[in-house]
Design a binder for this molecule. Structure first.
Ligand SMILES: *Cc1c(COP(=O)(O)O)cnc(C)c1O
Length: 227
């Protein structure tokens, strides 16, 4: 077994343990491999180990890697801040965008999604701890933005993405994840057909799974430290 296969197995084991603790089926939680500042060779190895969903934060870096991996059927997620002058290329090159945080970006991505492609899957990024420097919609703006995104013809609104405050204690992080889950449930109560709650990273995936995450975004603990 190579190193990356072992790391993938270890993440699967952590997810299984976290699911068992709260009696959730493991099949409810997907792994998104965050490949920023990792090599194309490492992505190939993880794909060979059974991983097919990968995420990037920077458009240029993502496009270069995609060009070197065209022979593989990978599912690409964009998870970085979206600048409006980059929406066309993002709409052309990704299956998912998890970092929608305002109406303008949602509208542009919808309009620019090429007609021959399936709808672009999107999550609204929520700035759950209302941090100054962090991107994401404020919690009280989420419902309105979700209604708007769900009505756009080029998009398929899938759910919410969030990153809690980095300096929090585990209890505070768990509370932040629960706050995101509450917003997610609110969207469902409003009749929006969302199915994806993207939260949890290398350091806190167990807390996220306990709070209801359906997609954990793992970089460091899958690939090793970033270059
Ligand atoms: C980098 C990044 C991750 C992965 O973080 P790790 O701690 O390396 O697992 C997850 N989500 C987002 C939005 C990121 O930018």
């Amino acid at each position: 077994m190579n190193d990356l296969t072992a790391k993938l197995e270890s993440i699967n084991a952590r997810i299984a343990g976290a699911c068992a603790k709260v009696q959730r089926p493991v099949t409810e939680v997907r792994i998104l491999a965050v490949s920023k500042r990792q090599t194309v060779a490492a992505i190939r190895q993880l794909h060979a180990a059974g991983q097919f969903a990968f995420a990037e934060n920077y458009l240029q870096e993502a496009l270069e890697k995609q060009a070197g991996l065209q022979d593989l059927a990978l599912e690409w997620h964009f998870i970085g801040p979206v600048q409006s002058n980059k929406t066309q290329e993002i709409a052309n090159s990704f299956s998912w965008v998890q970092s929608i945080d305002r109406e303008k970006i949602a509208s542009r991505l919808s309009r620019q999604r090429p007609g021959g492609m399936p709808r672009l899957n999107v999550c609204i990024q929520v700035n759950i701890d209302r941090e100054e420097q962090k991107s994401g919609a404020n919690p009280d703006e989420v419902l309105q933005l979700a209604r708007l995104a769900s009505a756009l013809p080029g998009l398929s609104l899938r759910g919410l993405m969030a990153i809690p405050r980095a300096s929090s204690t585990p209890d505070q992080t768990l509370q932040s994840f629960r706050n995101v889950k509450r917003l997610f449930d609110q969207l469902r109560d409003e009749g929006l057909p969302v199915d994806t709650l993207s939260m949890g990273m290398s350091a806190d995936l167990e807390l996220a799974v306990a709070a209801g995450s359906t997609m954990v975004r793992i970089g460091t603990d899958l690939f090793g430290p970033r270059a």
